[in-house]
Design a protein around this ligand. Structure first.
Ligand code: S3P
Length: 434
């Protein structure tokens, strides 16, 4: 998959942005639609599925466990096998670069009646797994991994599980969802709380499929043993992909861009709150609901931005958008301070270190802190050549920066963009003038 990504791509300053775009389907919702569709009874159809490498890794995992999934290029049809219908895969499951695939699958596979091994690319094999392995072990799971269960490959020996009450020390939808998936099979109740609410797509989709789930602001409770029923799902556009175009629309002069059909689940709209607080002109139009998720068209126009402080409950609501928020901050008047965002250090790469390095190459003064960074905005960025660090969001963020950097920005190693947004560069080329 992304073991060797060597391609290079460059963006140059543009004179304006005009038009209308739609962004690909939501990555988190696409993963969950395959997982729940596979273990539900009957047929699930999914429209708007994101065909990025991460989601294809999840799709291949379920095919390897005996699930028939047809894709006519528009709609996925998943022939659900019921809670206990998956079969032992013939080989190791490769999750590629996808943290969501490996962590959620670990929860789903721990209570199966068979053995599995999960691995991933060299970036994923460096990421922490104990955050799911340890609470699952408390439920009775048997999971082995490198470094005492901290790193993939992970070996899962399926066992019967019992529900637990778990106060997660991190606000992580992957941890919460792994436990909720295990909880579908466990005896009794599985309860998960977190410091601040992380994205709640699992809670919404569990309800949609008829799971026995209760949701409150303090967390989720799943009662095990109830079969799920196949459903029709329409996946909204991914706000995390829209984010690159939101920032491009704000920082490029003469820009006016309409992004259609974007998911605006309140647990994901931290980016809108942050950019609006920075002075960005962002309007939500035609708000509606699709498959239990709120959706809108978003209109963005060039704006003068100012630096702000970012911390607290907005952090998990914008967790994947920090690389591109850093680009907005680099062009804002004054200082932007990001705190309580230590989780950024364990994403596809250490996103605090990666953005500090790359923005410094563009002439920006950045101070790294343990749990965030301080960025002093400037009028323009300097042209530079930077690395993606194998991280799709770092690559796309720096390509957005190139739209306003004297001389442009060249990013090496951009094949990783295919994990979440294969059409990104084509869309950039379509809307940019000059
Ligand atoms: C995701 C949860 C987040 C996010 C990731 C997708 C999910 O990770 O960064 O891109 O789909 O559950 P964490 O749970 O590690 O915060």
């Amino acid at each position: 998959m992304t073991e060797t990504c060597v391609q290079t791509y460059a963006t140059r300053p543009v004179t304006g942005i005009r038009g209308e775009i739609t962004v690909p389907g939501d990555k988190s919702i696409s993963h969950r639609s395959i997982m729940l569709g596979s273990i539900a009874r009957g047929m699930t159809t999914v429209r708007g599925f994101l065909r990025g490498e991460d989601n294809i890794a999840t799709l291949n995992a379920f095919r390897a466990m005996g699930v028939t999934i047809d894709d006519d290029g528009e709609t996925l049809k998943i022939a659900g096998k019921g809670l206990h219908g998956l079969v032992e895969p013939f080989d190791v499951i490769d999750c590629g670069n996808s943290g969501t695939s490996i962590r959620l699958l670990t929860g789903l596979l721990a209570p199966q009646r068979f053995y599995t091994v999960l691995t991933g690319d060299r970036y994923l094999r460096r990421r922490p797994m104990r955050r799911v392995v340890e609470p699952l072990a408390r439920m009775g799971a048997t999971i082995f991994g490198r470094e005492g269960g901290e790193k993939a490959p992970l070996t899962i020996v399926g066992r019967e599980l019992s529900g637990i009450s778990y106060d997660s020390p991190v606000s992580s939808a992957q941890v919460k969802s792994a436990l909720m998936l295990a909880g579908l099979y466990a005896a009794g109740e599985t309860r998960v709380t977190e410091p601040y609410l992380s994205r709640d797509h699992s809670e919404r989709m569990f309800r949609h499929f008829g799971a026995d789930v209760e949701v409150s602001p303090s967390g989720a409770v799943v009662r095990g043993g109830r079969e799920l029923e196949g459903r029709d799902i329409v996946v909204p556009g991914d706000i995390s992909s829209a984010a690159f175009f939101l920032v491009a629309g704000l920082i490029v002069p003469n820009a006016e861009l309409l992004i259609r059909g974007v998911g605006i689940n309140p647990t994901r709209t931290g980016i809108l709150d942050i950019l609006s607080a920075m002075g960005g002109s962002i309007e939500l139009l035609d708000q509606r609901e699709v498959s239990g998720e709120p959706v809108a068209d978003i209109l963005v126009r060039s704006s003068r931005l100012k630096g702000i402080e970012i911390a607290g409950d907005v952090v998990p609501r914008a967790i994947d958008e920090f690389p591109v928020i850093c680009v907005a901050a680099a062009l804002a008047e004054g200082r932007t301070v990001i705190r309580e965002a230590r989780e950024l250090r364990v994403k596809e790469t250490d996103r605090i270190a990666a953005m500090a390095t790359n923005l410094r190459a563009a002439g920006v003064t950045v101070t790294e802190t343990a749990d965030g960074m301080e960025i002093d905005g400037r009028e323009r960025l300097d042209g530079c050549t930077v690395e993606s660090f194998g991280d799709h969001r770092i690559a796309m963020s720096m390509l957005v920066a190139g739209l306003v950097a004297t001389g442009g920005v060249t990013v090496s190693d951009v094949a990783c963009i295919g994990t979440s947004f294969p059409s990104f560069t084509r869309l950039v080329e379509r809307i940019c003038a000059g």
